[in-house]
Design a protein around this ligand. Structure first.
Ligand code: MG
Length: 268
């Protein structure tokens, strides 16, 4: 009897051991593990580059970009920009900021960008003039095609997917985090552009995450294609990098402290 119990106990223990081993093997055999070509906690894995973080802006003074950012506008000159019609950018340079309006036309960066982290600060006029889409309208166009709406949305009613922080005509912001007109506001964008195969078929949609004045308003939304007025056109193949565009919608809107950090291909 004792011998029988001992044998049963050994059999059960052996079965539990085998099951634990199988479980452990399965845990290690993670089908997603290929994504990271390094062993866990490997001291040989290259250390990230050391950079100096920027400083926060306030209403009186623009902050400072991180040390590894490409500065697109520091308040001193428009040399990183051109008119989308060709020739130099015609926006007005004022003390520490630039201003659209007066039919100056859209402006585009001279350098092309794709996947990126982007910081832009903007302010709409005070006192405000106009209403709905006619009050402080401008826009930040990623790759010149995908607009993040700039608008005075402080006590100014318009359609949801056309207010500040919207992916224009596609996604309203999660909340309206607008500051009053005349105050500086910030956009911090994480953008992953679309990808196309050699035949021009869409391989990956564009995705946008957006913070408006530090508040999450777009959470990794997938764009339906380029943004447009009253329609949602399909994707058309284009290069992986294209200029950033700022819109002149005929309203005076100010911009300052614009910088960008490209996201390397292998992590996007
Ligand atoms: Mg606009």
């Amino acid at each position: 009897m004792i011998r029988y119990s001992l044998r049963s106990w050994l059999q059960v223990s052996l079965a539990i051991g085998v099951l634990l081993m199988i479980g452990d093997t399965r845990a290690q055999n993670n089908p997603q593990a290929w994504r990271i070509p390094w062993k866990v906690s490997d001291y040989n894995r290259p250390l990230p580059q050391v950079i100096t973080p920027g400083t926060e802006s306030n209403q009186l003074q623009a902050g400072k970009p991180p040390s590894d950012a490409i500065v697109l506008f520091d308040g001193k000159d428009l040399s990183a920009w051109a008119s989308s019609r060709g020739g130099p950018a015609k926006w007005t340079l004022k003390q520490g900021h630039m201003e659209t309006g007066s039919n100056a036309g859209d402006i585009v960066t001279r350098q092309a960008f794709g996947d990126c982290q982007l910081h832009v600060e903007w302010a709409t006029p005070s006192p405000p003039s106009g209403e709905d889409q006619g009050r402080g309208n401008s826009g930040v166009y990623l790759m010149s095609l995908y607009e993040i709406q700039v608008l005075d949305s402080f006590e100014n009613c318009t359609y949801a997917d056309g207010q500040a922080g919207a992916i224009y005509a596609q996604y309203p912001p999660l909340v309206n985090a607008s500051r009053p007109p005349g105050q500086w506001q910030s956009y911090d964008v994480i953008f992953h552009g679309p990808r196309f195969d050699p035949e021009g078929r869409l391989r990956r949609t564009a995705r946008v995450t957006l913070f408006h004045n530090g508040v999450l308003v777009q959470d990794h939304v997938e764009l339906t294609g380029p943004t447009d007025y009253m329609k949602r056109p399909p994707y058309r193949p284009h290069p992986d990098k294209m200029p950033l565009l700022l819109q002149d919608h005929g309203n005076p809107v100010s911009f300052r402290n614009i910088w960008i950090r490209e996201i390397p291909e292998n992590v996007s």
